[in-house]
Design a binder for this molecule. Structure first.
Ligand SMILES: Nc1ncnc2c1ncn2[C@@H]1O[C@H](COP(=O)(O)OP(=O)(O)OP(=O)(O)O)[C@@H](O)[C@H]1O
Length: 312
């Protein structure tokens, strides 16, 4: 699956700006970015649900926008909003969807039995969808989105409304689908979900700012990463934000993470010295980056390039 020059403008807003992607089949491809960065718009253009302002997509052997109608037959789509009928039972919801997809009646019972089993809903078969837990609703939505066995599954922030255990269960099911050959596109702002994707695109204000396997992104981060433990996080943060060579400081749990310029040989030493000069007690060490650091570094770099371009 390939996209070139993918662009979407809504009036004067460029929601997606010249994005180029190569997405492997039978794998999970994640889109990570803040609200409004263009994740949904990109995904919807990739699967033919939205016509691009410019650019081309080749998906499942079809060209988009030209063959968008053909692509739609092969996709399953699920959003964070529960889109099934709360006053129908689990089974009735699936039967209804089967009719919408125009699935053959001959093997419908087997198909539904299999879906209930695969999505752990057999016991809820006769239960009204509206009375189920968040995790069960979400599994039902996924069962519905995959009932016609799509080759491409689109998940737009699918786990926003569920607890961590349900999220893990949901991802176990996704990995099974991938083993059966499904390609999955998923948008998220959860770092733990992003880490589970085979590949990841980081978007910021419509632009693709980083792309690759999560572990490569973490390894190749274009910044030094320093972890700081201190009883005075606020003062430390203010001091470091004013220190030359420090690009950003973020609070991660009880610690601070500082990103330093990639030209600095020993980032921890720079930070240690700056905090010592300000009489702030701290423990400081160079650490391996996590995806949150990658995200901050990528979006930060984009900012700096943006302001250089503005100044030019
Ligand atoms: N149909 C539309 N008309 C006008 N503007 C739109 C439309 N759809 C999206 N946008 C704008 O495009 C930008 C990107 O939106 P998009 O929904 O793709 O972002 P996102 O990264 O998926 O955000 P979120 O995480 O909040 O879902 C936003 O500024 C949004 O307001």
């Amino acid at each position: 699956m390939d996209a070139k020059g993918l662009t979407k403008r809504f009036g004067s807003l460029t929601a997606v700006d010249d994005v180029k992607l190569q997405i492997p089949e039978a794998a999970i491809y994640g889109f990570l970015g803040p609200n409004g960065s263009g994740k949904s718009t990109t995904i919807r253009m990739l699967c033919g649900l939205l016509t691009p302002s410019a650019g081309e997509v080749e998906v499942l052997g079809f060209r988009v926008p030209g063959q968008a109608e053909e692509v739609k037959l092969h996709i399953g789509y699920m959003t964070q909003k529960f889109s099934l009928y709360e006053d129908l039972t689990v089974e009735e919801n699936l039967r209804f969807l089967a009719a919408v997809y125009d699935l053959p009646r001959s093997d419908l019972k087997q198909r539904i039995d299999r879906a209930l089993e695969q999505y752990w809903l057999t016991e809820q078969r006769k239960q009204f969808a509206g009375t189920m837990s968040g995790g069960q609703k979400q599994r039902l939505a996924l069962a519905g989105a995959t009932l016609h066995r799509p080759r491409l599954l689109i998940l737009d922030e699918p786990t926003s409304a569920v607890d961590p255990q349900s999220r893990r269960d949901f991802w176990d099911i996704l990995f099974e689908l991938v083993e059966q050959g499904t390609t999955v596109l998923v948008s998220t702002h959860y770092m733990d979900e992003a880490e589970r994707c085979h590949n990841l695109a980081i978007l910021d204000r419509g632009r693709l700012v980083a792309e690759g396997r999560p572990r490569d992104l973490v390894r190749d981060i274009a910044a030094g990463v320093v972890e700081i433990e201190t009883d005075s996080p606020k003062q430390a943060r203010e001091r470091l934000e004013a220190t030359e060579g420090v690009h950003s400081v973020a609070q991660l749990g009880t610690r601070l993470h500082a990103l330093t310029d990639k030209t600095i040989a020993d980032p921890a030493e720079l930070i240690r010295q700056a905090l010592k000069d300000a009489d702030i007690d701290s423990e400081v060490e160079n650490v391996v980056a996590n995806l949150e650091d990658v995200f901050v570094a990528a979006t930060r770099l984009n900012d700096q390039e943006g302001s250089r371009a503005d100044a030019a």
